[in-house]
Design a protein around this ligand. Sequence first.
Ligand code: SF4
Ligand code: MG
Length: 327
Amino acid sequence: PGAVLDIRKLVVEFPTRRGVLTAIRGIDLTIGRGEILGVVGESGAGKSLTGAAVIGLLESSGRVAEGEIHVCGRRIDNLPRREMQKLRGRTIGAIFQDPLTSLNPLLTVGDQLTETMRVHLPLSRAEAADRAIKLLQEVGIPSPELRITQYPHQFSGGMRQRVVIALALCAEPELVIADEPTTALDVSIQAQITALLKRVCRDRGTAMMLITHDMGVIAETADRVAVMYAGRIVEIGPVASIIRAPRHPYTKGLIGSIPSLTDRRERLVQIDGAMPRLNAMPSGCAFHPRCRYANEQCRSDRPPLLPAGTSEAACWHLDREEVSHVA
Ligand code: SF4
Ligand code: MG
């Protein structure tokens, strides 16, 4: 069976007055039906840009300069704007960090759902209203018959994000891009929302790209994870094995920051330094200025993704004892 999402050698560039900045520097990934692929990394790694490229919403001057994006076997990176608009919502749903950016404050929740459905699906008003109620029920909103008559401000933050999830799903997309869907929520609500995302993907067979800076969210939700650094994937594979035995030094640092998975007192395995700027990309392995294992080879040659157990990782020293084991 073909992948729902297939990204091949994607390069995203931003032309500026001082030259072209390359923000995504050649990534390959696939997501299968019903699968949740986590995309994780620090701010500036290129996670959100990857998602934006897929939904055709690259900001300002950004452009897909090389590579291809296929959804359900159809190439979409070169579609005219109108075609892409039709795909958004219908084939690809989106969930963003702040529910208020996705919801119109002037429309009732019922109207937003039914209008979106009727743009994409041949439904009568009554059929759409009926579906809206069922959908609110599915995403765990009590008293849906009452709730569809209410406005977004009448919902709590967590309930509002459930509405956004319902909106992303209402035209039954094959793929959902969720960019930091729990980051704006209270910690107590986050686990409920990640559980909901997981359940709807399983029940509906929807593929999801779950973008987050939080390895804990990945651990709870995703099937596979792609770790991004400086516009590239540095490690990709099944979540369980990457959490248990991360291979890339950067992944090790990210996992060290999950409180529940390591000793509380020593949990902050800090990754010193910062993500490189796009106009000052280090030579060789882009992580080398921050890596305590870096040597001459790391500074001069870029490591490709290579098989590492059940995963793949881009590091010259995967076989080193101290690199390949959890500290
Ligand atoms: Fe560190 Fe070298 Fe591996 Fe890069 S290639 S992560 S610098 S050991
Ligand atoms: Mg982001």
